[in-house]
Design a protein around this ligand. Structure first.
Ligand SMILES: NC(=O)c1ccc[n+]([C@@H]2O[C@H](COP(=O)([O-])OP(=O)(O)OC[C@H]3O[C@@H](n4cnc5c(N)ncnc54)[C@H](O)[C@@H]3O)[C@@H](O)[C@H]2O)c1
Length: 250
């Protein structure tokens, strides 16, 4: 199939579901070949079959597994560091309980290991090959919660702000080496990440949930504009745009 990504190879973590699966579908339509990496083997294999790609089991928190898989499957033109979780299923809405009330060590370490360590380990595994070839694009799935407050889940907000910070600095560091790093910062998308309660609260507040196909458009916009260190935002009813914060010392 020919398109804007003809001949390119993409690696997508969390590709078994939601945003990752959508990027797999869209990249395939654009002519790329796709490797889906996930811990959900059943869904991951099904998406791989659907798009005619490959599936690999990868727990993004396992740095040794990252190195092995990238060594075996490289090179990649596009790497989507997308797998992510929330600390609780209600990522939006009721803040009746104060946010840290139920934050035990296990749930804190769980989200930090996937949303932060998993992205750092992935970037570290793929960057040397990209720098050597002086090409490549790393897409980090952050969130609008990496730019604005998310009162119901501050630790989710912490991890997504970390992803925006990583993208900015890594983007600046890698640009001279021909490698681009961009962050995707969508608002709410219709994926299994959103619980029924979150959906109910969003509806009460008249906040829309976007069709997940927007994720494909968002990723394609970031890939085609190719601005290293950039953040790409989209909200229900608004078009995709680059978020450019005011410089603090202009
Ligand atoms: N859905 C939204 O509203 C929304 C908005 C902004 C950003 N995001 C972000 O988008 C990304 C994808 O979320 P989604 O909405 O598609 O959710 P999802 O639950 O549909 O998909 C997440 C995928 O990550 C996989 N995963 C979880 N832990 C993993 C691990 N340790 N190793 C490998 N894979 C693992 C899951 O199996 C699943 O397939 C996340 O980083 C999320 O924070 C989601």
């Amino acid at each position: 199939m020919s398109g804007q990504l003809t001949g390119q190879r993409a690696f997508i973590t969390g590709g078994a579901s939601g945003i990752g699966a959508e990027m797999a579908r869209r990249f395939t339509r654009e002519g790329a070949s796709v490797v889906i990496a996930d811990v959900n083997d059943t869904l991951g294999k099904a998406i791989a079959v659907e798009v005619g790609g490959e599936y690999v089991h990868l727990d993004v928190t396992d740095s040794t597994a990252w190195e092995k898989i990238i060594t075996t499957h490289k090179p990649f033109d596009i790497v989507c560091l997308n797998a992510g979780v929330a600390t609780k299923t209600d990522v939006f809405g009721a803040t009746v309980d104060y946010p840290f009330q139920h934050l035990d060590n296990d749930s804190y370490q769980h989200i930090m290991s996937i949303n932060v360590d998993g992205v750092v380990f992935g970037a570290r595994a793929v960057i040397p090959g990209m720098v050597e070839r002086r090409s490549g694009h790393i897409l980090v799935t952050a969130s609008l919660a990496g730019i604005v407050a998310i009162a119901a889940d501050p630790i989710y907000g912490l991890t997504k702000h970390a992803m925006v910070g990583l993208t900015k600095s890594l983007g600046a560091a890698l640009e001279p080496h021909g490698v681009c790093v961009s962050a995707l910062c969508p608002a709410f998308l219709d994926t299994p990440l959103l619980s029924d309660n979150t959906r109910k609260n969003l509806s009460l507040l008249d906040l829309g949930i976007m069709d997940v196909s927007i994720a494909g458009d968002l990723a394609m916009r970031a890939l085609t504009e190719r601005v290293s260190g950039s953040q790409w935002i989209v909200m229900d009813g608004q078009s995709i745009s680059q978020y450019i914060p005011a410089a603090p010392f202009a």
